[in-house]
Design a protein around this ligand. Structure first.
Ligand code: TYD
Length: 204
């Protein structure tokens, strides 16, 4: 039986990363094999592309092509084999991030992104997407405390408002796949929402 594919999304500073590890631990404690991975990245090639996407100046089409190239390698060599083994895959960002950042944030043509999505994924979609939602201003405050910003994290509040709107559009278009997690409260309250969304699926 195929494993389940779960993705984590949200604007930079939403606080999703620590919850991925927590969910992996929760699943493993129940005896499930779990692959924790991320995009762009997850393979040697895709991690090299990640470095370029996060740090080298480029136009929006180049950016979109590189994230989908990274995604293709990641899907073919890691995600699909793991799902075929019956493992659960937890992925920090996936294609919704492309629609949110390259589409919403950069204003790149969503029709082209949809074509690339179809080519690269051949129908593969996450079974569940946990969208950590919070206002751009609050995310910016959280980011400021942490580390030096990359090309995306340096963008202004209006960019992150558009990214957030991009996620909202994707969630509206596919409400069964999406679970919206209010990322504004303290981590324990965020985790409770996440667990409720996971348990309501009754897959594990
Ligand atoms: P992120 O996942 O937040 O990792 P970290 O927590 O280590 O910074 O950073 C990845 C960045 O890449 C993030 O700013 C969003 C961006 N991104 C895109 O622009 N398009 C994509 O398709 C993906 C997957 C990520």
């Amino acid at each position: 039986m195929s494993g389940r594919f779960v993705t984590f999304e949200g604007i930079d500073g939403a606080g999703k990363s620590s919850h991925i590890e927590a969910l992996a631990a929760w699943l493993r404690a129940r005896g499930h094999a779990v692959l924790v991975t991320r995009e762009p990245g997850g393979t040697a090639l895709a991690e090299q592309l990640r470095e370029l996407v996060l740090h080298a100046p480029m136009d929006a089409l180049t950016e979109a092509l590189l994230v989908f190239a990274a995604r293709r390698d990641h899907l073919v060599t890691q995600i699909e084999p793991a799902l075929a083994r019956g493992d659960t895959v937890l992925c920090d960002r996936f294609t919704d991030a492309t629609f949110a950042y390259q589409g919403g944030g950069r204003g790149f043509d969503a029709g082209v992104l949809a074509q690339l999505e179809a080519w690269v994924q051949q129908g593969r979609q996450p079974d569940l997407t946990l969208w950590f939602d919070l206002p751009a201003a609050m995310a910016a405050e959280r980011r400021a405390a942490v580390r030096a910003p990359d090309r995306f994290e340096r963008q202004d509040a209006a960019f992150f408002d558009r990214v957030r709107a991009g996620y909202a559009g994707r969630a509206e278009a596919d409400p069964r796949r999406f679970a919206v997690v209010d990322a504004t409260p303290a981590p324990a309250a965020v985790w409770a929402q996440l667990l409720a969304a996971v348990e309501s699926r009754a897959w594990w």
